[in-house]
Design a protein around this ligand. Structure first.
Ligand SMILES: Nc1nc2c(ncn2[C@@H]2O[C@H](COP(=O)(O)OP(=O)(O)OP(=O)(O)O)[C@@H](O)[C@H]2O)c(=O)[nH]1
Length: 501
């Protein structure tokens, strides 16, 4: 049914209403081989309810006045229902022809048909719909809706030009990502820009939290180039308006009622950064519902996400030769690439089962193996493609300083052809707080307790303070002792606790 506005719906739903309804609701005869939907394209019961009650029938169907003649017998072109005197036998016969008949197979049969298509629990089913397809981008304006059908193939071709492909070295993978939308998120550590990505690999919506406050501020000038998404800033099709671009986040500066400047597709993507400006700090982080959302202390994931955003937001000291009279620092720059790889890629269901095995005494690695998974099932091709889209780590663009203790992440990014110029350790907060004399944590250790105490306490782990406990200590020891994470083991008050098997 076409979208009908209040102002003109009486005119547009005229004499052809009945024919249109017939066409939309007439059942198709069932065939032997296929079972079609039980519901017709438009439910006749719903239509009848709408017809009986007039506008405002339901929240979702307000103003859909299918039989304007009922309400307004004099409406131009409408059939005057007040003259209806009953129907003769031929009309009854005709009406029976449209009786509603279910065409759907029983649920049991439908479920059987679906079984072979089931995917592993840690994989999201590859949706039948192309995740990069234009219809998922932004709502089309009313005028464009009418034309969208005819130009969709044209748009497809244009979109492919804004996709970013991984430049894999020796890999056959061909990962494409596209930033669908970006928005400003104020965090306890300062402003960030959340980017939502689609890709052609796993049908999941991965994210990038870009921290680049210089881009947001009207006053701050930075000698470093802005971190911007190429695919977001690209022109998606010839009909998109400035407002379309702004709504999806392709704008520059601050967005407000009085400031709305759509981005220029190319002008912000300079690849020339002075060599002496420190490379942006980047973290590749994997989703952890338990640690990040409900503050689980079985792992340090919530804290790591918060710590990464905090560290990236810190002002970056400039080398002496660059620090001009105005400032010796530039605003913090970098990104957290947030991958939907829950439970190191095994999925939340398996992770929950693994936790029960851990309560039986196994560590995170053994528990994964006992469930038939690898210790770590994650991949970083999508992360690499997102970094390229943001102009980070590519051969021509800036190298990255990677915030991690995990050697796999460094290797995986380098295998994807990304330039990792430095690895920066992530020290658990509680280790930093508890460590004093007996622990040498190496680079990047912050000992300024005053600064730590000033951290805003958040309702979730974001902005939260350090926590520690038996499970978390065990988790961290396992990562170091069994997974090769590059961090000196904290030996403070846990020395005589359970030794790893
Ligand atoms: N299978 C499993 N996954 C876990 C467990 N605890 C945390 N995780 C997952 O581990 C992932 C956390 O990994 P990351 O934040 O990328 O960090 P990392 O691999 O530990 O490496 P770093 O970069 O050094 O932090 C998240 O997906 C968590 O859900 C566990 O006990 N079992």
């Amino acid at each position: 049914m076409a979208i009908i506005t209040e102002s003109h719906h009486h005119q547009s739903l005229a004499g052809s209403d009945a024919a249109l309804l017939d066409m939309l609701t007439a059942p198709r005869p069932p065939t032997k081989k296929t079972f079609s939907r039980r519901d017709a394209a438009l439910d006749p019961l719903l239509l009848a309810a709408a017809a009986a009650s007039g506008p405002g029938v339901t929240r979702n169907h307000y103003h859909h006045d299918f039989f304007p003649g009922v309400m307004l017998p004099k409406a131009e072109g409408s059939w005057d229902w007040t003259k209806f005197k009953g129907e003769d036998s031929s009309a009854r016969q005709e009406r029976r022809r449209f009786a509603y008949v279910s065409q759907q197979a029983p649920r049991r049969v439908r479920l059987q048909k679906q079984l072979p298509q089931q995917t592993k629990e840690n994989e999201s089913p590859q949706s039948a719909v192309d995740p990069l397809k234009p219809s998922e981008n932004i709502p089309l304006s009313a005028s464009r809706k009418r034309r969208s059908q005819s130009i969709s193939s044209n748009i497809d071709a244009q979109f492919s030009s804004s996709l970013i492909t991984t430049g894999t070295l020796g890999s056959t993978s061909h990962v494409e990502v596209k930033c669908m939308a970006r928005t400003r998120i104020p965090t306890p550590h300062g402003p960030a820009f959340l980017h939502l990505y689609h890709n052609n690999r796993d049908g999941k919506e991965h994210l990038a939290v870009v921290i680049d406050p210089a881009q947001y501020s009207d006053n701050t000038r930075s000698s470093a180039p802005p971190i911007r998404s190429r695919s977001l800033d690209a022109v998606w099709n010839e009909t998109e308006t400035e407002m379309d671009r702004i709504i999806r986040g392709a704008y520059v500066g601050k967005l407000s009622a009085t400031s709305q400047h759509a981005s220029n597709p190319t002008s912000h993507h300079s690849s020339s950064t002075p060599d002496s400006i420190p490379s942006p700090l980047v973290r590749i982080h994997s989703e952890c519902f338990t640690g990040e959302t409900i503050g689980s202390m079985r792992c340090d994931c919530g804290e790591q996400l918060d710590e990464a955003i905090r560290l990236i937001s810190q002002p970056v000291p400039l080398p002496k030769q660059l620090s001009h009279s105005l400032s010796s620092t530039i605003p913090g720059r970098g990104a957290v690439i947030y991958l939907r790889q829950e439970g190191r890629g095994i999925g939340l269901l398996s992770k929950i089962r693994a936790y029960n095995l851990q309560d039986l005494g196994h560590d995170t690695v053994t528990a994964n193996l006992m469930l038939g998974h690898k210790a770590d099932e994650r991949g970083y091709e999508v992360a690499a493609a997102i970094l390229r889209d943001l102009g980070l780590g590519s051969e021509l663009g800036e190298g990255v300083r990677l915030l991690t203790n995990n050697p796999d992440k460094v290797q995986a990014l380098e295998k994807e052809g990304l330039r990792v110029v430095e690895r920066v350790s992530m020290i658990p907060r509680s280790w930093k707080q508890r460590s004093t004399a007996n622990l040498d944590l190496g680079v990047g250790v912050e000992t300024d307790t005053e600064e730590r105490d000033q951290r805003a306490a958040g309702a979730t782990m974001i902005g939260g303070k350090a926590v520690h406990g038996h499970d978390l200590d065990k988790y961290l020891r396992t990562k170091i002792l069994r997974m090769g994470h590059m961090l000196p083991l904290y030996l403070g008050d846990i020395e005589d606790e359970v030794k790893e098997p």
